[in-house]
Design a protein around this ligand. Structure first.
Ligand code: PEP
Ligand code: MG
Length: 604
């Protein structure tokens, strides 16, 4: 990567397309606070400053509450709770005491009190109190911002005119889902990688995005004009009219390229020699089912149902989930829909569950581990899935399986869910139960897991994270996370062989399935099914149609013996680069470098 120039930021190309718009900078980070011991003579003034900040925060919250529509329901209740918290003696007295006795400045005293209260709530037995932790945090941050004179609006209404480019340190999956409802044309984050969930969501929404652009929130101000090039991972700051014009042309060329590919959507997904590869779509939002069909997907290979749980205080009910699944199944029928049970934890949290504070959430109470702790919630989801299966072909898939016993425990829950439906007389149909292979232990145990699972789907986003020990959300190590690393290719080979010996299908639904330069190796290794974001279906279909299976098999045998990703990438580029180049370029004139990586022409 070259050095950034003053008017541009370099990040990771997370979602393709080019957008021009006005920046809106969102600051959701905890404010940094000054800490100092004060003199005895400063105490009264410091207490007065605290009280002033509290009444300003109170006035501000009351004003927001008064502006809310009368039917705002839960929202106004939350605001009431926050207002009550501001009057709480625990918060005010403890903070004042810390100022008077421990001689802390007001900001420091307040942060300390907030942390103490959160700890008390943490230890409480009742869920109600545990859930109040985030409320205390929120109220504390509001008062702190008053003390510091910082803007207290964490998210402002998007009242800028024209297309808006959202700039944030990072966006939670819930924030990103909310973008679907706002007039946002692109986004840029300081942190993240192309397989972090924010990036996946951006692609689902077809919004150009650059992530892992260090300093974006520091260097960009609300109101700045920007170009976001999600193909190159470049953000141009305050471009002149000519650069804007060029960017618009690029954006249009990309759209034309995408449209041209889409003309082939009705073609079967097969190699040049006619070997079929099932090509399905990954979705995060129910509305994407129609998009998947529109792009020529043969079913849903992964529906990330956890997005039904984020951004809400209670898990969705069985009926609500059933209705959602049924709509997707009916839209897709007669094509198969693969419903993945919720994969919460890691980087996707829901306030509907109490998550412990973990040092390594990716290695913690995530996915199936959380499901097996929250069995009632899990079974409600399984019942909803079984009921939806009565409306069309459904498969159920469990994320992050790391042991045979775990799969057996899930099977027992599924049996129980079935008998509960039986007892209540609800209509349902049986479902094949498969697993995601995304932990190194599942790879090692694939032969035994294959005897008990109806299908496999390799989740390379996590398999790479866990096998190569690279945090998938950390942009500092993102360059090390290479799909064509022989360690990953060998893992895939092992899993495919285990599936084949047991006679079950083996899919791959990580981002690797949509990386065109990985397709020859995946076809050669014998993967039966690929599942990619809906927007990527046409280009993957086009790429598959240019590959000969025999050439792919020869490649697979060679790359399994190579020592590193560099050698594999170079070899793949030399053999398959010429036939895939135009697809990689997204309508531009790209080239392969000597090291086998594909580069688009310099910007500007
Ligand atoms: C994966 O890990 O590759 C995968 C498809 O699942 P997710 O990205 O939702 O973790
Ligand atoms: Mg995963």
């Amino acid at each position: 990567m070259s050095e950034p120039s003053p008017g541009r930021l370099l990040g990771i190309a997370a979602s393709p397309g080019v957008a021009v718009g006005t920046a809106f900078v969102v600051d959701r980070r905890k404010v940094a606070i000054p800490r100092r011991h004060i003199e005895a003579r400063e105490v009264d003034a410091e207490v007065a400053r605290l009280r002033g900040a509290m009444s300003a925060a109170r006035a501000q919250l009351s004003a927001v509450r008064d502006k809310l529509a009368p039917d705002a329901g839960e929202h106004s209740l939350i605001l009431e709770a926050h207002l009550l918290m501001l009057d709480d003696t625990l918060l005010t007295e403890q903070t004042e005491r810390a100022i008077r006795v421990e001689k802390m400045n007001a900001e420091w005293a307040l942060r300390q009190t907030v942390e103490n209260i959160k700890e008390v709530f943490d230890r409480a037995d009742q869920d109600y109190f545990r859930e109040r932790r985030s409320d205390v945090d929120f109220v504390g941050e509001r008062v702190l911002r008053q003390l510091l004179g910082a803007s207290s609006e964490i998210v402002k209404p998007l009242d800028l005119s024209g297309p808006v480019v959202l700039i944030a340190h990072e966006l939670s999956p819930a924030d990103t889902a909310a973008l679907a409802r706002a007039d946002v044309s692109a986004f840029v984050t300081d942190v993240g990688t192309s397989t972090s969930h924010t990036a996946i969501m951006a692609r689902a929404l077809s919004l150009p995005a650059v992530v892992g652009a260090p300093d974006a929130t520091r260097r960009i101000a609300t109101g700045d004009r920007l170009i976001v090039d999600g193909l190159r991972g470049v953000v141009m700051l305050q471009p002149d009219d000519d650069a804007v014009y060029q960017a618009q042309l690029r954006g249009e060329r990309y759209i034309a390229f995408v449209r041209a590919l889409q003309c082939n959507r009705a073609r079967p997904a097969e190699t040049l020699c006619g070997h079929p590869i099932r090509l399905r779509a990954n979705i995060e939002l129910p509305a994407e089912a129609a998009v998947a069909i529109d792009h020529g997907a043969d079913g849903i290979g992964l529906y990330r149902t956890e997005f039904l749980y984020v951004d809400r205080s209670e898990p969705p009910s069985e009926d609500e989930q059933f209705e959602t699944f049924r709509r997707i199944v009916e839209t897709m029928a007669p094509r198969t829909v693969t419903l993945r049970t919720f994969d919460l934890g890691g980087d996707k949290f829901s306030t509907a569950f109490r998550f412990p504070r973990e040092m390594n959430p990716a290695l913690g109470l995530r996915a199936v581990r959380l499901a097996l702790r929250e069995r009632e919630v899990f079974r409600a989801q399984l019942r909803a899935m079984l009921r939806a299966a009565a409306y069309g072909p459904v498969r159920v898939m469990v994320p992050m399986i790391s042991a045979v016993d775990e799969l057996r425990a899930v099977k027992a829950e599924l049996d129980l869910a079935r008998s509960e439906l039986e007892a209540s007389g609800k209509v349902y149909a049986d479902v094949p139960l498969g697993i995601m292979v995304e932990t190194p232990s599942a790879v090692m145990m694939a032969d035994l897991l294959a005897r008990e699972a109806a299908f496999f789907s390799i989740g390379t986003n996590d398999l790479i994270q866990y096998s190569l020990a690279i945090d998938r959300g950390n942009e500092h190590v993102a360059h090390l996370a290479r799909s064509l690393d022989p360690a990953i290719l060998r893992s895939i080979a092992r899993v495919v062989d285990a599936a084949r010996s047991a006679g079950i299908p083996c899919a791959l639904c990580g981002a690797m399935a949509g990386q065109l330069m990985c397709l020859p190796a995946l076809v050669g290794l014998g993967v039966d099914e690929l599942s990619v974001e809906p927007a990527a279906v046409p280009e993957v279909k086009a790429a598959l149609g240019r590959l000969s299976r025999a050439a792919c098999q020869a490649l697979a045998a060679e790359v399994l013996a190579m020592p590193g990703a560099d050698e594999v990438e170079c070899h793949v580029a030399s053999l398959f680069g010429p036939v895939l180049r135009d697809l990689l370029a997204g309508g531009e004139a790209g080239q392969f470098s000597e090291t086998g990586s594909f580069v688009l022409p310099e910007y500007g």
